[in-house]
Write a protein that binds this ligand. Structure first.
Ligand SMILES: Cc1cc2nc3c(=O)[nH]c(=O)nc-3n(C[C@H](O)[C@H](O)[C@H](O)COP(=O)(O)OP(=O)(O)OC[C@H]3O[C@@H](n4cnc5c(N)ncnc54)[C@H](O)[C@@H]3O)c2cc1C
Ligand code: FES
Length: 337
């Protein structure tokens, strides 16, 4: 176990197979981060002393300028000696449920579409989690070892963590999940992480926006909103953006929630209909962020927003919300990569 000292403040232990970020969060510190996947840059810290190795030398969030200034990504950095770092801790990043590494056994799988699958794990020794959070999977043989997936269910104490995953063509991690994991398989999971959790103290109705692989995170939010008595009066509008009709999913799960069709509403949108689909598809077409704007126009600033999906969708949603003057504090997402 190495000691990591934060300049002018706290100190924590970090084993040689853990990252500075995850060990700091486990110690209850408000280490800044977002993706945990080397791509957003939110976790950059300055290495003042000691040495670290990176799980991903080519991580896109670390540029030449950062390296010249001795900055490292805390989410990819594993200590090789005791270290001193400069990091700006913030209360909002402190975990309610301290993340832990635990074992999980694959209890069930079901296909949601031709390339989306739900994986349900029985977990042992796991902490609690909030609707909308994500976990890291330790996947053998995958470059960098870890991949982030959002929980789709709510933590009801039953020891089940459920995930909805999209197969990425040529993707190493999703290939392991789809092609190598059999019923009963045992994997390591680390979590929970993420800041886009359900705010139960908000008085506002909720808009969930999921695109493709982002279904899971917002499904958890909708399920959480249905389960929380504090949110029993809130409307939930669930927008799901898919490429074509065969990619549309989620309605069967929402339909099981109390209040479906009354206060919980599903709005599928397809962006790339073929000529035939254009004639037969009854729902909305276009981009999901445009559909949200068209549906709510100048009422948008009155909602709480949760969204998840590929970077292009997330950026389009952010720009649309900013253009419509939705306060930053009402917008919750963790970037996907
Ligand atoms: C917060 C968050 C939540 C997510 N939730 C979901 C979800 O609920 N469902 C879902 O389907 N997808 C989700 N994703 C995307 C998921 O983590 C994977 O990126 C996706 O499954 C593709 O992984 P892959 O290994 O198949 O593809 P690959 O192309 O092999 O890898 C893609 C990603 O893996 C990481 N990576 C690649 N190489 C390395 C390396 N050498 N070292 C370290 N990291 C590397 C990078 O983040 C890269 O973007 C989420 C991502 C994030 C960040
Ligand atoms: S790059 Fe480390 S949290 Fe995103």
């Amino acid at each position: 176990m190495f000691r990591v000292r934060i300049e002018g403040g706290a100190e924590f232990g970090c084993s040689g197979d853990d990252t500075l970020l995850r060990a700091g969060l486990r110690a209850g510190l408000g280490m800044p981060y977002e993706c945990n996947a080397g791509s957003c840059g939110a976790c950059k810290v300055e290495l003042l002393g000691g040495s670290v190795a990176s799980n991903w030398d080519a991580a896109p969030a670390l540029g030449e300028r950062d390296r010249a200034k001795n900055r490292v990504l805390a989410c990819q950095s594993v200590p090789r000696t005791d270290c001193t770092i400069k990091a700006r801790l913030r209360e909002e990043f402190r975990a309610r449920d301290l993340p832990r590494r635990f074992r999980a056994s694959l209890a069930a799988m079901r296909d949601l579409t031709h390339d989306m699958r739900e994986f349900s794990f029985r977990v042992e020794g796991a902490p609690g989690f909030r609707p909308g959070q994500y976990a890291l999977f330790d996947l053998e043989g995958v470059p960098g070892g870890w991949r982030a997936y959002s929980m789709a269910n709510v933590d009801d104490g039953s020891g089940e963590w459920q995930f909805q995953v999209k197969r990425v063509p040529g993707g190493a991690g999703s290939a392991v999940l789809f092609d190598r994991l059999a019923h009963g398989a045992d994997i390591g999971i680390d979590g929970p992480y993420g800041h886009a959790w359900l705010r139960t103290d908000s008085p506002r109705d909720i808009i969930c926006i999921g695109g493709g692989s982002g279904l899971s995170a917002v499904m958890s939010i909708a399920r959480g909103a249905a389960a929380q008595s504090a949110l029993a009066e809130r409307e939930v509008h669930f927008f799901y953006g898919a490429r074509g009709p065969r990619d549309v999913c989620g309605e069967d799960m929402l339909a099981q929630l109390p209040g479906y069709g009354v206060r919980i509403h599903y709005h599928p949108v397809i962006s790339m209909p073929s000529a035939i689909e254009r004639d037969t598809w009854q729902g909305r077409t276009g981009f999901v962020h445009d559909a949200v704007r068209e549906a709510f126009g100048d009422r948008l600033a009155g909602f709480e927003f949760y969204f998840a999906g590929p970077p292009a969708m997330a950026q389009a949603v952010q720009s649309m919300l900013a253009a419509n003057k939705v306060p930053h504090a009402q917008i919750h997402y963790d970037s996907f990569y």
